[in-house]
Ligand binder design. Structure first.
Ligand code: PRX
Length: 656
């Protein structure tokens, strides 16, 4: 692992930013978060987390707050809880059945409104259906759905009966689905005929049909009818409406141990095999609910909150389903793309539903900047009162544009840093307290202890840059990698003994504010999605024309990073077949992993830069991909190689 860390973090990465934005007195006066939270967490961190856990409905209280056998944590031991009960039953029992949970807007413009009462009924029916199908507590269920209400209903139905869900983003290929289903040994797949994207019905079920040929554990496939497109139906397949609709809408839920697995979510690591990040129940729910309430300043009786993330990512789990639903939030859920049928779609929805809190990704903000201000300016955005950002570092220009054009210079911005592994936001401004700076995630939330350290584990201090590490366990931390305890210890806890290494570089400015500098390992961040260089490399070398491949994430104005692949072709394959081969390789990667992993550019080379021990020096390739002078190449086995690569690229026509 330590080899994966390139010593590339440079303090010069960052210009000096001296703009500050203080919260307005009006915001301060009504803010959920107050400085007392920090004081309480500082005085007694475990007691502080206990107080947050007490906000949830437990069937039985815990007897111990934390059991920390590094790197394995257990929280709220002995407590019994049900996630769906906290998201649904509790609201209905306390008189909030008529509050809207989701305003669903399909891409074609169809709409549906679900109150908390409706959601409880739908989830109860789905839970009864899962039971009839034979799903039990402890089983795993794969969910491969578009952004439709059934995605949240399916997740909560699993949680209700104690089955762990493993949501696979609908943009992943059949092959990726196979790997995830087999790793988790899922018994059931929940999917749909298709979903609407860019004005057309996109099929999903064929990928599942393809996948289940290679997934022996899958006994049934439950299929939601969304588009009505022609769909092949086999012996394992069951229509959602046929089994769910006839169930009772009452379901008595069982309470599970605080450490009962809630879900597995696969994410890319530094090897080709995705990691099944395991989250359990009590600690995860405590921290997602707490952070959602404080960071987004949720006033559930009046806010309309919209997190644009897909349910297939951790943001969709923590801040579309669990956190907001525990807090009784009214949300917008949108199925489609932001440019269909017009580039004003998101803004029209903000106006239509009077959205007050918007949580989105820098890549979309930069896309809006490119499209032009006429789209946001054509809509009334004055309902907005708070803006959030997640998934990648937000550049100060995008931050300022977000503030001025979308937020009308009135809304605080929360730039929230966290990961699939952390389960909940760990670093973020708190609106009403923090004076924000454009581009900085500012500081840790109460109850979280993070350090920026150098290679020797020394704290870098203000003005210094280094690696972001977490030094104390937190309730929503991952409990491990599914089935791979050693990989868990090795990946996260071995680089700096006893500390969680996040894989990100960070800088502390002169005032101690945290600036995230991006990944320092072989993980790329494309439009806020994590993709491993190794995973794309192994997809490329599985193509018969490719002998060797090296992939780097190169800076990209729109997507943060773009995937650039350097490939060596097998003997006898001519690279002047150019365009055709490029397209074929890009399509091959889309088939192996999913369209999100398609390289932006494929460069055919004769050699790759390697150290004497054979490790590819991606840093040098990144210099080429970003059109920079080549950096220090003294550790190369063959010092001439970079010259040859550049000469070869200049003479060949390998870009597409
Ligand atoms: O590099 C960091 C980046 O996204 C990584 C986590 O990716 P994932 O597990 O897919 O979760 C994304 C949504 C939480 C981190 O290691 N990242 C996430 N948020 C930020 C960020 N980088 C900078 N600033 C952020 N606010």
């Amino acid at each position: 692992m330590s080899n994966d860390i390139s010593p590339e973090i440079s303090i010069d990465n960052l210009g000096h930013e001296d703009r500050h934005f203080a919260p307005s007195p009006e915001f301060v006066a009504q803010a959920n978060a107050t400085p007392a939270l920090f004081e309480a967490a500082k005085a007694d961190r475990l007691k502080f987390w206990e107080d947050q856990a007490s906000q949830l409905a437990w069937d039985k209280k815990w007897s111990q707050v934390l059991d920390w056998q590094l790197p394995f944590a257990k929280w709220f031991i002995g407590g019994k809880i049900n996630a769906a009960y906290n998201c649904l039953d509790r609201h209905v029992l306390e008189g909030r059945a008529d509050r809207v949970a989701y305003y669903f807007e399909g891409e074609p413009g169809d709409t549906k409104v679900y109150t908390y009462g409706d959601m409880l009924k739908e989830v109860s029916k789905a839970a009864n259906a899962l039971t009839e199908i034979g799903i039990k507590s402890g089983d795993r269920v794969a969910i491969y759905l578009p952004m439709i209400p059934e995605a949240a209903i399916a997740m909560l139905a699993c949680a209700r009966i104690g089955a762990a869900h493993s949501v696979v983003f609908g943009g992943f290929s059949a092959d990726s689905l196979v790997a995830r289903i087999n790793d988790a040994q899922a018994k059931l797949v929940i999917t749909s005929d298709g979903g609407y994207r860019r004005g057309a019905a996109m099929a999903l079920k064929p990928a599942v049909d393809e996948a289940v040929k290679s997934t022996p554990t899958v006994e049934n496939v439950l299929v939601v009818k969304r588009t009505g497109q022609e769909t092949a139906f086999g012996a394992k397949d069951i229509w959602w409406h046929e089994i769910v609709d006839r169930q009772s809408d009452k379901h008595e839920c069982e309470f599970f141990d605080s450490e009962h697995p809630l879900f597995i979510l696969y994410t890319s690591g530094t090897t080709a095999k995705p990691k099944g990040i395991l989250h359990t129940t009590g600690g995860y729910l405590t921290q997602t609910a707490f952070s959602h309430k404080m960071v987004f300043d949720i006033k559930a009786e009046k806010d309309v909150y919209w997190c644009t993330a897909d349910i297939g990512w951790i943001t969709g789990h923590s801040y579309v389903v669990y956190g907001p639903m525990i807090n009784g939030t009214t949300q917008v859920m949108y199925e489609g793309t932001p440019d269909t049928p017009s580039k004003a779609r998101v803004f029209q929805l903000i106006e239509k539903y009077k959205v007050s809190i918007l949580y989105t990704a820098p890549t979309l903000i930069r896309t809006w900047m490119k499209w032009g201000v006429e789209f946001p300016n054509s809509c009334d955005l004055t309902s907005l009162r708070l803006l959030g950002s997640v998934g990648e570092p937000i550049n100060p220009e995008a931050w300022m544009w977000y503030r001025e054009v979308i937020g009308g210079n009135r809304c605080p911005i929360v730039d929230t840093w966290w990961q699939t592994e952390t389960g909940a936001i760990l670093i973020s401004p708190l609106p009403g307290i923090t004076h924000t700076k454009p581009g900085s995630a500012m500081g840790t939330l109460p109850g979280i202890v993070a350090k920026v350290i150098d290679d020797e584990e020394r704290e870098v201090g203000n003005g210094g840059a280094g690696y972001l590490a977490l030094t104390e366990p937190w309730p929503s931390m991952l409990r491990g990698i599914w089935g791979e305890p050693e990989r868990y210890a090795e990946t996260y806890w071995s680089r700096f003994a006893g500390k969680y290494f996040a894989g990100d570089g960070a800088k502390l400015d002169d005032e101690g504010a945290i600036w995230l500098l991006g990944r320092v390992d072989d993980v790329m961040n494309v439009s806020g999605h994590r993709i491993s260089t190794t995973e794309v490399e192994s997809a490329l070398v599985s193509h018969p024309a490719v002998a060797e491949a090296a992939v780097v994430g190169a800076k990209d104005e729109m997507t943060g990073q773009g995937i650039v692949a350097f490939v060596i072709l097998r003997g006898g394959i001519e690279h002047h077949e150019g365009e055709v081969l490029n397209k074929e390789l890009r399509d091959h990667v889309a088939k192996e992993i999913g369209p999100i992993a398609k390289p932006r550019q494929i460069l055919v080379v004769n050699e790759l830069p390697k150290t004497r021990s054979g490790k590819i020096m991606r840093r040098l390739l990144r210099d080429v991909a970003e059109n920079r002078e080549t950096g220090d190449a003294t550790t190369l086995a063959d010092p001439n190689i970079m010259k040859l690569i550049r000469e070869g690229l200049n003479s060949g026509k390998s870009e597409d």
